[in-house]
Design a binder for this molecule. Sequence first.
Ligand code: PAF
Length: 283
Amino acid sequence: MKIFHNKSEVSDYVQHLKANDDTVGFVPTMGALHQGHLALVKKGLKDNNFVVVSIFVNPTQFDNSEDLIKYPRTLDADVALLKTVSETQIAVYAPTVEDIYGDNVQSESFKFDGLEKEMEGAFRAGHFDGVGTIVKRLFEIVTPNRAYFGEKDFQQLQIIKKLVELYHIDVEVIGCPIHRDPDGLAMSSRNTRLTKEHREAAPFIYKTLKSAKIKFGTKSAKYVTEWVERQFEKEPLLELEYIIIADTSTLKPVKRKSNKKTYRAFIAAYAGDIRLIDNIALN
Ligand code: PAF
């Protein structure tokens, strides 16, 4: 398996493939890979001849320095996992901070038609500037035909689609369904840091989202939101940060339901000091 640490090497590699009429899929990650990432890689290999996986814990998207320090870094295990899918059709780009940022570890400032102000944008200052900066740079370096992102970070997915539109970047952005453990917990690299107790409590998030979806069939968004808040009050191991029912395209909280629109419910909750997010399509 090819492993690049340098942007010019990965750029040359992809240019060479594209010159031979091969197509290249791209899966940007922060490592600590799990089956959810592998599902994106497999989809990428179904649609393209080759896939590049970037593994880079991007410092500019963390609003919490403790979370950045503790974020799992497991390059050898990640490469071993990717090799179980393919040794020849997958390449890894694992840059240093310097390769991406030089000596200026700063994010650019973005406006994504207001998408950046909602939910994660409101609760994690500067997060989407960091995500926009790294994804734009990675797209410029890797120049893939298609890029794959999980719907667990649904707001991020919508923002990256907007980034591509606003900057006329020649890549097709493809959203992929959330991958869950058998008990319903959405797969996340952060799950490995949960204590046994918090891991056992965490599936409550998806269980509540599924019930919220049923209630949304007959009740208002306000009713369902308040119902979810009451459920979390009864669960001492999880602290709800937000439950928001939003319009899928604008991500603005819904005031009055319309059957011409689609909605999703979004939750962020703390299990101890680990922040978990999840969401569900409601209609
Ligand atoms: O979703 C992630 O893992 C990160 O936000 C991404 C897209 C790799 C950018 O650092």
